[in-house]
Design a protein around this ligand. Sequence first.
Ligand SMILES: [Zn+2]
Length: 177
Amino acid sequence: MAPYTIRIIGDPVLTQRAAEVTEVDGRLVQLVEDMFETMYDAPGLGLAAPQVGVQKRLFVYDHDERPGVLINPEIRESRGEWVFQEGCLSIPGLYFEIVRPKEVLLVGYDLDGNEVQIEADELEARLFQHELDHLDGVLMVDHLDDDQRREARRALRELRLRAAEAAPSGAGGLRLP
Ligand SMILES: [Zn+2]
């Protein structure tokens, strides 16, 4: 069983800006390990700390079997446009074509406190932009056009209904099993 339950849209933790990480200690290393396990269990390509209810600026990812963690990441440069059908572990079952920059230069820190710079393209760049959004309390539904937004509202209503049926009464109704 995964160490964490992934938070689902509607949970306020997903719409808040996460705080900078100021210290890498044993607890943070443990958090990263638990986030990897939760991500692989889901399964997903990336997972940001707010998605497991932790308001810290870091995410884990695994692109092309190259796993990594980025602490206090920032996008320094971005270029081009790329359309990709995005999904999100916090919005189960919904996928939308979203346009974002095709290439990004990402700067952040690893668990040893070393600065890392990654030039990413296409899927990897998309992954980084999506996870970085989570650290700012932004979800992929915030990037939709009007038609997609209507469709999302309908799908989210169904998601809430299913969650309400699955959850015992009074349990908030939004956390899926
Ligand atoms: Zn997501």
